[in-house]
Design a binder for this molecule. Sequence first.
Ligand SMILES: Nc1ncnc2c1ncn2[C@@H]1O[C@H](COP(=O)(O)OP(=O)(O)OP(=O)(O)O)[C@@H](O)[C@H]1O
Ligand SMILES: [Mg+2]
Length: 467
Amino acid sequence: MSAQAESRQDVGVTETFGDSLPNGTQLLHGQYEITQFLNAGGFGITYLAQDSLDRTVVIKECFPATMCRRADKDVRVRSRSNEREFESIVRLFGQEARALAKLDHPNIVGVHQVFEDNHTAYMALDLVKGRDLLDIIDEEPERLGPPEIRALLTKILDAVAYIHNEGVLHRDISPDNILLSESGEPVLIDFGAAREEATRKSRILTAQNTVKDGYSPQEFYISGSKQTNASDLYALAATFYHLITGEAPPISQARLAAVAEERQDPFVPLSGRFNRYDRFFLAALDRALEIFPKDRLQSAEDWLTEIDAERRRQAAQSKAQTDEKMQESIQKLVIETNRQVEEAQTKAVAPPPKAKKTPKPVEPKPMFPELMEAPPPVKPKPKLTPTSELEQKPADATKPAETPLVPLTDQTAADAAAAAAHIKKVVLEGGSTPRKRLLTRVLSVSLWRHSQGDDGQQATIAGKVDP
Ligand SMILES: Nc1ncnc2c1ncn2[C@@H]1O[C@H](COP(=O)(O)OP(=O)(O)OP(=O)(O)O)[C@@H](O)[C@H]1O
Ligand SMILES: [Mg+2]
């Protein structure tokens, strides 16, 4: 938060800032009139304004202070060499505002209008009467106890799940970017993706504008690193860590450095320290605050499930049902595969042409006998028909003949694909060893099949699959 933070509307003090528009300034041909300066960040200036219907709104003006200045009402670049960069920032600001305007959620600030004036871009936002969480932490921390904090998190998680489903990352979740309305509704403001993109493209803007120590995950400090939903979740968890403990977590860069140097992570987990919160609630926050994105909670929905007993119960139930269905699919896959292997072996095994003794026929072995419901098939006595290939290359009677490749039916292939997806999950999530072993075997069938290309009919599987 900048030094101008005290000039917020709840404090009721009208301050100005060197480059801010004076009160009474008209925007968009008189549709808006500035009534109060609120704040100046590195990227924009925020004001209160009256609209043409006499409603109070918040106006954000694109004003990247390092490269522009005010000339009368207009925003001008400080140097001609900044012109192109400035234009691209104004464009990004407008794009982001329009993306934000498409969002419709009770816990995300509403956008009235996006427009250009004074050689820059503006957005008019719903006024949220209230204070931001940082002010509340600083000035009235007793206002938020465990039940309130829990309710706030649930609502913000719902908003974050919504934006992520819309393909939008917030990129700047922090206590000063969550407003708490007078009626107690948390509202997410100040999306930071445009700032981040502008900083990446600009030589003049500094990365300082886009990271917030304590709240930004370590990947935000590394230019060009991948930013995912889990990045927003880290920042959200850091915000709530601050609400619960009274302090933001250690800077994520320092945490990463400690781990890289095999020192202890300076982060102190919440679990076991605050007995007024249930253990699932604290454990989920700790998980969202893992240093490495892959170790974190991956979606706001998963997080909501972790902290709600009813959702946890439903998730466990649906997992059990999926497992049951998957067992059926695997069972079908196994029976079908074994049948095909058996059939093919019966057809393909040939006696070596010069062998005096009749070679022992190869015993078709089910690949997955442990999964067969019926007793293993009775040892067949196939009539051996030489194939041209085997005539050229006599089989070694002491070894089982190499099992020929067998076409997979479409249904089996589909089962295999489904099994592969499920198995990956089970193997990643853990599970009993026999189950993993079995699943890994089925997976190898599936993967082999996929490695043969996607032409279902032509796909074949190797007769022998090692565990
Ligand atoms: N819709 C709103 N309703 C009420 N107050 C708001 C609203 N939007 C912003 N504010 C107030 O203005 C302050 C600054 O706004 P905002 O967080 O959008 O920008 P910033 O952080 O100053 O700037 P930058 O975009 O450069 O980071 C907020 O902390 C909040 O107090
Ligand atoms: Mg802000």
